[in-house]
Design a protein around this ligand. Structure first.
Ligand SMILES: NC(=O)c1ccc[n+]([C@@H]2O[C@H](COP(=O)([O-])OP(=O)(O)OC[C@H]3O[C@@H](n4cnc5c(N)ncnc54)[C@H](O)[C@@H]3O)[C@@H](O)[C@H]2O)c1
Length: 329
């Protein structure tokens, strides 16, 4: 099967590409706004398989159509998006243009060319605030920041499209907090600009690249006052994609997380212990758009796909550090 990964040079797309290449042809489209071509070389090095790469923007309709047609694409995995909560608050129009404009163009082209299988990289951020684990039926509608709104809107667009096109297979994957890196140390979370996700910042604080890590808020209603998230190893997430792609059937939604939450301070302590390093940090005020708790109930993915996250937080911390160190060599 030929699979197109939009945003495939990014963190999640590149790790999923490694697993997909075992049994499929992979075509990647990425405008490199948050990545570079070295990632494509690394995917090929790890897998020893060729990857067809196009530097293109998913809002470029003509180019996209040409790519879909010439490569006989059967399935699209849509990872391309802007993803920073903070940046989206500063630049809402950029987020709506890229994330909403992008998916509309992509879906139009998909329909024109006749591709029937579509997987969307959604996020835990679609859920409304909840102190309890959320399942796929829990209330969605987070409007605390434009990034979250683009995910909610995209899910609505896909639901509407599925309703009038029962022949389409559309799967929405709601990722919780992917962290960690490929065991080779060649690939990991390596944004072009200042990272906003926790683990790349923890690694930078440990390596001395930044003086200290900002912990946003210690007055949340949690066991140590810092926010709780459900961290999932990137390779577990990648395995989940393979199962989701192999089990597409109509309109589906799955949570991908471990079901266990960790506070920011617990992650820092685990990182220090797993890697025998010090992570300097300071507590600062809460960050706009953050919820106190975001933890997943992943029962549906287990029951329907037979998927369960296996890797521990210790392994996630070790692999993140291994990647950080190999970048420095
Ligand atoms: N990493 C996370 O914590 C997380 C959590 C939940 C959901 N997600 C979602 O998963 C998807 C992938 O996230 P990621 O962490 O790999 O991000 P990333 O920034 O590492 O990768 C996204 C890739 O998309 C590309 N891109 C962006 N806009 C594009 C456009 N218009 N045309 C072509 N390419 C474009 C970027 O250059 C980048 O390589 C995103 O949709 C993100 O919202 C990520």
């Amino acid at each position: 099967m030929a699979i197109l990964i939009t945003g495939g040079a990014g963190y999640i797309g590149s790790h999923v590409a490694i697993n997909l290449l075992q049994d499929n042809e992979v075509v990647i489209v990425d405008n490199l706004s948050n990545s570079d071509t070295s990632i494509i070389e690394k995917i090929q090095k790890i897998t020893n398989k060729p990857v067809k790469f196009y530097k293109a923007d998913i809002r470029d309709k003509n180019k996209l159509k040409e790519i879909l047609e010439t490569n006989n694409i059967e399935t699209i995995l849509h990872c391309a998006a802007l993803k920073s909560v903070e940046e989206s608050i500063e630049k809402p129009l950029e987020y709506y243009d890229n994330n909403i404009g992008g998916i509309i163009t992509l879906l139009q082209v998909m329909q024109e060319v006749g591709v029937k299988n579509f997987i969307f990289s959604s996020s835990a951020t679609v859920y409304s605030e909840s102190l309890e684990p959320v399942n796929e039926e829990s209330k969605i509608g987070n409007s605390s920041n434009p990034y979250a709104v683009t995910k909610v809107m995209t899910e609505e667009i896909l639901k509407d499209l599925a309703r009038v096109n029962p022949d389409l297979n559309i799967t929405i994957l709601r990722y919780f907090n992917p962290i960690g890196a490929h065991e080779s140390g060649l690939l990991g979370d390596n944004p072009k600009f200042v990272p906003t996700n926790l683990l790349p910042l923890v690694a930078k604080a440990a390596s001395g690249e930044i003086d200290s890590l900002n912990v946003f808020g210690d007055d949340y209603p949690t066991r140590d006052g810092t926010a709780i998230r459900d961290y999932i190893h990137i390779m577990d997430l990648s395995d989940g994609h393979i199962l989701a792609i192999n089990n597409m059937n109509g309109f589906k939604i799955y949570n991908f997380g471990t079901g266990t939450g960790s506070t920011v301070l617990e992650v820092i302590k685990e990182f220090e212990k797993a890697n025998n390093v010090k992570v300097p940090y300071k507590i600062v005020g809460r960050r706009k758009g953050d919820f106190p708790v975001s933890v997943c109930d992943a029962t549906k993915a287990q029951e329907e796909l037979g998927w369960k996250a296996k890797k521990t937080l210790t392994q996630m911390c070790k692999d993140t550090w291994n990647f950080e160190k190999s970048k420095q060599n």
